[in-house]
Design a protein. Structure first.
Length: 304
């Protein structure tokens, strides 16, 4: 069982340690402890999570792939079992996320080319890193995320806009009541999650101070040129074509209220020769909705 005290609050895997039994590892990232899972041996598979998930979201992929691959899953600063500094002590922006990932990957000092799996914010973070490290990539698996700005036919969802722009609502709702993390348990999946899985997904966000990243991720979504992360997102958007040289698999849940069919169609225009597998009745948490089916697709893609 993993236990850590962060911001005077105990974080623990108690109650779900049987489905997340992985040894904790820590990397000192600009003075903060970044937690990560590192299981198995072989070709490295690095998985980058989004918001409000953490390495727990990839637990089934770790279990399935680690007998044949080295599976590596970091928790972003502010997420999972990583440190959760205040907004005064850590700049919760896309630029810092990419910098953190760069330091982490340098720390791993991997000698083989990397297979990358991304989800949600992990897409923009991971692909920003990829564009600076094209020679280190072998294959990419993309699930319900973006590497570009909002597609033309997609409006910024009102639920996210309230958190991004309306601070008097966002602070008590997200930091006080953990609304973002708890709402995702129902809005991001089309299946009924067990109590154990719900506990695992929300466990790291157990007090006001430990929820800072879930708020800052939304506030940092680049929409307008004035947004702090606009320029780095634009660089990814402008240079996304460069990843077409790699084998790419898209595994997509179509019932995603954010990364919906508009995003999927944009991806198909940008990367038309990739492999696409769409689950019509799955949501944003596709690895929760289709744990067996998604792993079979990923294994087949890696074996080929």
């Amino acid at each position: 069982m993993v236990e850590r005290i962060i911001n005077n609050k105990m974080l623990s895997t108690e109650g779900f340690e049987d489905i997340y039994p992985y040894k904790p590892n820590f990397f000192k990232c600009n003075g903060f402890d970044m937690h990560y899972v590192d299981e198995g041996k072989g070709k490295p598979v690095v998985m980058i999570h989004g918001n409000p998930t953490w390495s727990f979201y990839f637990r089934n992929a770790i279990k399935k792939l680690s007998p044949n691959y080295r599976t590596i899953v970091p928790d972003h600063i502010g997420c999972g079992f990583s440190d959760k500094p205040s907004a005064e002590d850590y700049n919760y922006t896309l630029s810092n996320r990419v910098s953190d990932l760069t330091l982490f990957m340098d720390h791993l000092n991997l000698n083989e080319k990397i297979i990358l799996i991304v989800h949600d914010w992990g897409g923009m973070i991971g692909l920003a890193w990829v564009l600076n490290n094209l020679s280190k990539i072998e294959k990419i698996i993309i699930t319900n995320t973006s590497g570009f700005f909002l597609p033309k036919n997609k409006n910024f969802p009102l639920r996210l806009a309230l958190i991004k722009y309306f601070t008097p609502f966002a602070i008590p709702a997200v930091l006080g009541f953990n609304l973002f993390s708890f709402a995702a348990l129902y809005l991001a999946t089309k299946t009924s999650l067990s109590k154990k899985v719900k506990k695992g997904l929300t466990a790291p966000y157990n007090c006001w101070k430990n929820r800072i990243a879930t708020l800052k991720f939304v506030q940092d979504i680049p929409i307008a040129k004035a947004d702090r992360s606009y320029n780095i997102a634009k660089n990814v958007d402008d240079n996304l074509y460069k990843i077409k040289e790699f084998p790419i698999l898209f595994v997509w849940g179509l019932k995603d209220f954010v990364f919906d069919e508009n995003f999927l169609n944009e991806w198909k225009q940008r990367i038309p020769d990739a492999k696409y597998h769409v689950f019509k009745n799955s949501g944003h948490y596709i690895f929760e909705d289709k744990p067996v089916e998604t792993m079979l697709l990923i294994e087949e893609f890696l074996n080929n």
